[in-house]
Write a protein that binds this ligand. Sequence first.
Ligand SMILES: *[C@@H]1O[C@H](CO)[C@@H](O)[C@H](O)[C@H]1NC(C)=O
Ligand SMILES: *[C@@H]1O[C@H](CO)[C@@H](O)[C@H](O)[C@H]1NC(C)=O
Ligand SMILES: *[C@@H]1O[C@H](CO)[C@@H](O)[C@H](O)[C@H]1NC(C)=O
Ligand SMILES: *[C@@H]1O[C@H](CO)[C@@H](O)[C@H](O)[C@H]1NC(C)=O
Ligand SMILES: *[C@@H]1O[C@H](CO)[C@@H](O)[C@H](O)[C@H]1NC(C)=O
Ligand SMILES: *[C@@H]1O[C@H](CO)[C@@H](O)[C@H](O)[C@H]1NC(C)=O
Ligand SMILES: *[C@@H]1O[C@H](CO)[C@@H](O)[C@H](O)[C@H]1NC(C)=O
Ligand SMILES: *[C@@H]1O[C@H](CO)[C@@H](O)[C@H](O)[C@H]1NC(C)=O
Ligand SMILES: *[C@@H]1O[C@H](CO)[C@@H](O)[C@H](O)[C@H]1NC(C)=O
Ligand SMILES: *[C@@H]1O[C@H](CO)[C@@H](O)[C@H](O)[C@H]1NC(C)=O
Ligand SMILES: *[C@@H]1O[C@H](CO)[C@@H](O)[C@H](O)[C@H]1NC(C)=O
Length: 406
Amino acid sequence: MLLSNNGAVLLAATTGIAAVQAITLEVTNDDSIRSAASTIAYGMMTYYTGNQTGKEPGLLPAPYYWWEAGAMWGGMVEYWHYTRDNSYNDVVAQAILAQESPTDDFMMPEEADQLGNDDQVFWGLTAMTAAERSFPLPSSANVTYIQLAKGVFNDMAGPRWNTSTCNGGLQWQFNPNNTGFYYKSSIANGGFFQLAARLARYTGNSTYSDWAEKTYDWMARIGLLDSNYYVYDGTDDSINCTAIDHDQWSYNAGTMLLGTAVLANISSPNSTSIWATRAQGILDGAQEIFFSPYPNATNVMFEFMCEEASTCDNDQFSFKAYLGRWMVAATQMLPSLKPQAMDLVTSSAQAAAASCSGMNASVCGTKWYVGGWDGTKGLGQQMTALDTIQALLVNGTEPPLVVPGS
Ligand SMILES: *[C@@H]1O[C@H](CO)[C@@H](O)[C@H](O)[C@H]1NC(C)=O
Ligand SMILES: *[C@@H]1O[C@H](CO)[C@@H](O)[C@H](O)[C@H]1NC(C)=O
Ligand SMILES: *[C@@H]1O[C@H](CO)[C@@H](O)[C@H](O)[C@H]1NC(C)=O
Ligand SMILES: *[C@@H]1O[C@H](CO)[C@@H](O)[C@H](O)[C@H]1NC(C)=O
Ligand SMILES: *[C@@H]1O[C@H](CO)[C@@H](O)[C@H](O)[C@H]1NC(C)=O
Ligand SMILES: *[C@@H]1O[C@H](CO)[C@@H](O)[C@H](O)[C@H]1NC(C)=O
Ligand SMILES: *[C@@H]1O[C@H](CO)[C@@H](O)[C@H](O)[C@H]1NC(C)=O
Ligand SMILES: *[C@@H]1O[C@H](CO)[C@@H](O)[C@H](O)[C@H]1NC(C)=O
Ligand SMILES: *[C@@H]1O[C@H](CO)[C@@H](O)[C@H](O)[C@H]1NC(C)=O
Ligand SMILES: *[C@@H]1O[C@H](CO)[C@@H](O)[C@H](O)[C@H]1NC(C)=O
Ligand SMILES: *[C@@H]1O[C@H](CO)[C@@H](O)[C@H](O)[C@H]1NC(C)=O
């Protein structure tokens, strides 16, 4: 495969495939945004086979892990919320509820060997989104979305909050058989932090905000967040968290950005609170690390650790989806973030749309900064483009629901 100097992708003649017209996206035209999102969602849903006869609803086929399915359904709930296209709602609700588990907390026994705190929290955050968006609940459901989100919270706020080392924190894996049992990761703790913050806002119950604050404080004390508000990957509890893995992944910043913005929203009537300062700091940090890889790609999002070196794995291909999704959600919680966040998301959405020109316009690429399709395709590529583009519709949409006392 060759990249031409104008960024269009020319495939080697032997493949017999030519680059095609990209998705057209006018970023200030709601119909254009809806149409782009619909094309990309269609491409994304071609990866889903769980609703076919004999397959298990909710799951994606290999090589995609259980967690990513949970994360994808969150993007599809947002798809309906932003576009009001309900074509996939039945499939999405069936998928979420099929993984509810006997204990109503997404603790699926058959996923035990790949089910860590981060995996479970992605499903919990999806259930939380479904509750906040009043996503239609099938009449056959025996549980509500908010009950599922609370089920996940209750697991993590129990004995899994492990004070025997590092004075607290969640391990990445809670199953001693799994690699990562001795690692306290930002995605596990940051996911829990965000879930707790959103439960606090939704219910008005301060037990949740107390946990959110405790988790943030622990992460900052251990050094998973620094004075630049960079969010680092994790730390080793077998050495009492005395060393930090300084890798930076966009989804870690995303979890912390929305969580801090939610706490700003519920803790202060204006944007001067400590949580607003933190949210602004995390946005600034994310802008420095995850945007503008080259002078020719100002404000275009990229996955700092792996994208330019072409070493992203299937999980990592999807990470930008969560930064895009949560950055925009944060603007509704803390409007002072809006001009900066929407500039970043708008430029990224434009570049993402240009990348959707693979075998056809419903096939998107990874490296948005090349100005076209980069020759890669996959579920993560669809998710990142969808989450980033559909969020441009945020102006016309309701903020997340609150149900005080629930
Ligand atoms: C959303 O509203 C802001 C003003 O609050 C405006 O600058 C921006 O262009 C709007 N975005 C879209 C996509 O309509
Ligand atoms: C599965 O869902 C897709 C939408 O993604 C739909 O097109 C298809 O008809 C569904 N298949 C079955 C068997 O229900
Ligand atoms: C709901 O049904 C599932 C099986 O479909 C079961 O595992 C779960 O325990 C049930 N939950 C409640 C609250 O009845
Ligand atoms: C807490 O962490 C320690 C050290 O990693 C571990 O030995 C212990 O099993 C953990 N406790 C729980 C409940 O996971
Ligand atoms: C482990 O780290 C925690 C938190 O940083 C600290 O409070 C504790 O004293 C340390 N324990 C040991 C045995 O060094
Ligand atoms: C860990 O592995 C052992 C041995 O295979 C098994 O008996 C046990 O149930 C596993 N524990 C969990 C929590 O999956
Ligand atoms: C707040 O949430 C906690 C944790 O679920 C629960 O134990 C407590 O009863 C709730 N408080 C109120 C007033 O609902
Ligand atoms: C903003 O809120 C803080 C307390 O949260 C208060 O001290 C300050 O006076 C408020 N500022 C404005 C401009 O309302
Ligand atoms: C909290 O969120 C609501 C809903 O988006 C918004 O109207 C309000 O301005 C926000 N409050 C603060 C302090 O940012
Ligand atoms: C687009 O191309 C992909 C990959 O070859 C294929 O699976 C999909 O069916 C195509 N979509 C359309 C609308 O032609
Ligand atoms: C921008 O520059 C980078 C690095 O030289 C290059 O890989 C990329 O293709 C360029 N993008 C465009 C749109 O020309």
